[in-house]
Design a protein around this ligand. Sequence first.
Ligand code: AHG
Ligand code: MN
Ligand code: MN
Ligand code: MN
Length: 333
Amino acid sequence: MRRISLSRYLIEEQRDKGRIDADLRLLIEVVARACKRISLAIGKGELGGVLGSAGSENVQGEVQKKLDVLSNEILLEANEWGGHLAAMASEEMEEPHPIPNRFPKGEYLLVFDPLDGSSNIDVNVSVGTIFSVLRCPEGCEPGEAAFLQPGCEQVAAGYALYGPTTLLALTLGAGVALFTLDRELGSFILTGDKLQIPAETQEFAINMSNQRHWEEPMQRYVGDLLAGVDGPRAKDFNMRWVASMVADVHRILTRGGVFMYPLDARIAGQGGKLRLLYEANPMAFIVEQAGGAASDGHQRILDIQPQRLHQRIPVVLGAKNEVATVVAYHRGN
Ligand code: AHG
Ligand code: MN
Ligand code: MN
Ligand code: MN
């Protein structure tokens, strides 16, 4: 079997297909290398002294885990010196992180959720890293304003999933490729290409404990799913909820389904739970590139013009027809 490493895949994307330039290739190589380091740190668990809380809070008001902080530092440190970036922004930092003056600057912006699903880390359940790449607008200082671009402007996005195996899903805007980490070699090997999410599904992912706080259309929609074969949908639905977005979205990329983190009354003031730049946009890009759809219940996520770096939104993504059904419930159809 011909084994294609991530390095070879990226060189071919640059040289043969002309889809990426050398800086973007380097950027993705560096992010993948950082993800390997994060994977190693996670794998050590209690023995590495990396579990538990860091005793600090992030800008979102969440208690940071040691691994939230460590993963953030690994990504910052790995990406500072290569000359491919203008700046970085992260779920774990209030302000964008400029490239220190001692290093050359590039034209890309890197945005990341360094550790997704961090409530799962202490119970040894899958977590991940989500990243998104934008171009720094010409002549624009790489401050907050530079990052406020709709998701359709992303030039690349991906996630690492630290599960029983470590995986990397990547889109450069022409389909989604999947790589598996060969731990002995220390390299990501292509194990899936042109991933496709079936348009129909009988599986949904949502945190049901929030049901009483959702808006009426979501209550009605999920109620109809639960009614099963005797209800208006006339079929039974299965449910899964890992509570790591990376793991839930990866399941959808692998076997289909729909993922939802809707607005609920307690978080309405914040706009939702999930972050537009670090979570919704990169996942929406990946899901659309796999033939799926992503909406906030009313409009396409990738069309939303961000107003703030840490903006949050409701998220519905996955099987195209099921996302359309959720949107129809919100329109009152
Ligand atoms: P993070 O760990 O990066 O803060 O993100 C957690 C998110 C997401 O991964 C997941 O889908 C959701 O929070 C889980 O929320 P609940 O704990 O409310 O189910
Ligand atoms: Mn968090
Ligand atoms: Mn997250
Ligand atoms: Mn996180």
